[in-house]
Ligand binder design. Structure first.
Ligand code: AMP
Length: 395
């Protein structure tokens, strides 16, 4: 079943209740300010479309951080309300609580247009997928829109249970639709060759993604600390690099499952005597005992880039090294630049790789930069997400 489209929704004269993912990073010190507003910016087209389609009221739901079911001013959505009001040029009223009685009164007033409910995770019912909470929220809208892709892998009250109160009146937001269409395209008849780049810290974190990719792709390029357990499993030495026994065992299994020889591993490295110390070139696959691998080397960059240049579909998750330190960022940045230059359908998903793509300044040149780390990987692993299934079929 296809997802419905917000473009087709009749919102004229309707009250709209919409779930967004405004879970933005905030500064650690007071006054708390937003350090990266990308998640809010990505929701703006949906908000604008709801208003342009003639909705009379828009009530917005979001979570921020992990307040564990208790009100905590540290996680207030106040900075988000302020940012939205500036960006939209309209008043955005922040409610005291998501199920504050005042919200209903507020929505009766003709001058009220946009209400942002205070952090939904201040209420214990949210993460318990509480139906009573969902029912209370449902009173704020005639139509429900879910644009919170980043929370779609959670079965929560405002992403899951709530759908039962909006049978045939639930729509995906524009961002949600783009995420599902783009990630879905990777899994349904991707143009070949399909090349995936998987990096990051640990094999165990991404084992299911790697297993799924081995089925879908022609070539799987492995980088980052993720590569060392594979190299060790093949008999190379990895010195002091990040490499757990558990990951070596998993890497062995994956190498055995890779009958088509799709997995490619680094041929050389950039190492250091200590974490974040001076960079050292390291030719060859083995790393000396007194060194740790912190980036892929020039031969590997060349070989991985050659693979990527032939691709018609590319998926990337996880940096190629300790990219936060510029001495070890070259592998990750080179991969970002190479993908940006290809004409392939390219998708990047996952928190750190998205940050790396943004750091490279090439984000615009990717076909899709996913807004959801956990959600994008879970969608690839399972081919579905609870929040999306509930939108399609109700609960
Ligand atoms: P992940 O969240 O699994 O994608 O892991 C991303 C993190 O892995 C980033 O903070 C990188 O700095 C880190 N990382 C990648 N390669 C290495 C490496 N060779 N050694 C240590 N950390 C690494």
């Amino acid at each position: 079943m296809q997802l419905k489209s917000l473009q087709d929704a009749d919102l004229k004269g309707k009250k709209v209740l919409a779930r967004f993912d405004f879970n933005v990073p905030l500064s650690k010190t007071e006054p708390r300010t937003i350090t990266d507003a990308s998640r809010i910016d990505m929701a703006i087209p949906t908000i604008r479309m709801i208003l342009e389609k003639g909705a009379t009221k828009l009530t917005m739901i979001s979570h921020l951080g992990r307040p564990d079911g208790k009100a905590d001013p540290k996680y207030s959505l106040e900075p988000v309300a302020k940012y939205l009001a500036e960006k939209l040029g309209i008043d955005v009223i922040l409610s005291e609580s998501a199920i504050d009685n005042g919200v209903k009164n507020l929505l009766q007033l003709p001058e009220t247009k946009i209400v942002l409910l205070e952090n939904i995770r201040f209420l214990p019912g949210e993460e318990k997928n509480d139906s009573a909470l969902a029912e209370k929220l449902a009173q704020y809208g005639d139509v429900y829109v879910n644009d919170a892709f980043g929370a779609a892998h959670r079965k929560h009250s405002s992403t899951y249970a709530i759908n039962s109160f909006f049978k045939n009146r639930a729509y995906p937001g524009l961002l949600m639709k783009k995420e599902i269409d783009s990630l879905g395209a990777l899994m349904e008849k991707p143009a070949k060759p399909f090349v995936a780049v998987i990096g990051g810290a640990k094999v165990s974190d991404k084992i299911k993604t790697i297993e799924k990719m081995l089925v879908l792709v022609d070539t799987l390029l492995i980088g980052g600390a993720m590569a060392y357990p594979f190299l060790k499993a093949k008999g190379a030495t990895v010195g002091k690099s990040l490499c757990s026994d558990e990951d070596v065992a998993l890497a062995k299994q994956l190498l055995m499952a890779d009958r088509g020889g799709k997995i490619q591993l680094p041929k050389d490295h950039v190492t250091s005597l200590e974490f974040g110390g001076a960079p050292l070139p390291c030719a060859g696959t083995s790393i000396p005992d007194d060194q740790m691998g912190l980036d892929i080397g020039p031969l590997t960059i060349k070989s991985y880039s050659d693979h990527l240049k032939t691709a018609k579909t590319i998926f990337w998750n996880g940096p190629m090294g300790l990219f936060e330190n510029k001495d070890f960022a070259k592998g990750t940045m080179s991969i970002a630049h190479t993908i940006a230059e290809t004409k392939a359908f390219s998708v990047v998903g996952g928190g750190d790789s998205v940050a790396a793509v943004q750091q490279s300044g090439e984000a615009e040149k990717f076909s899709h930069v996913s807004s959801g780390g956990g959600a994008s990987l879970e969608f690839i692993e399972r081919g579905q997400l609870p929040g999306v299934e509930a939108l399609k079929f109700g609960v």
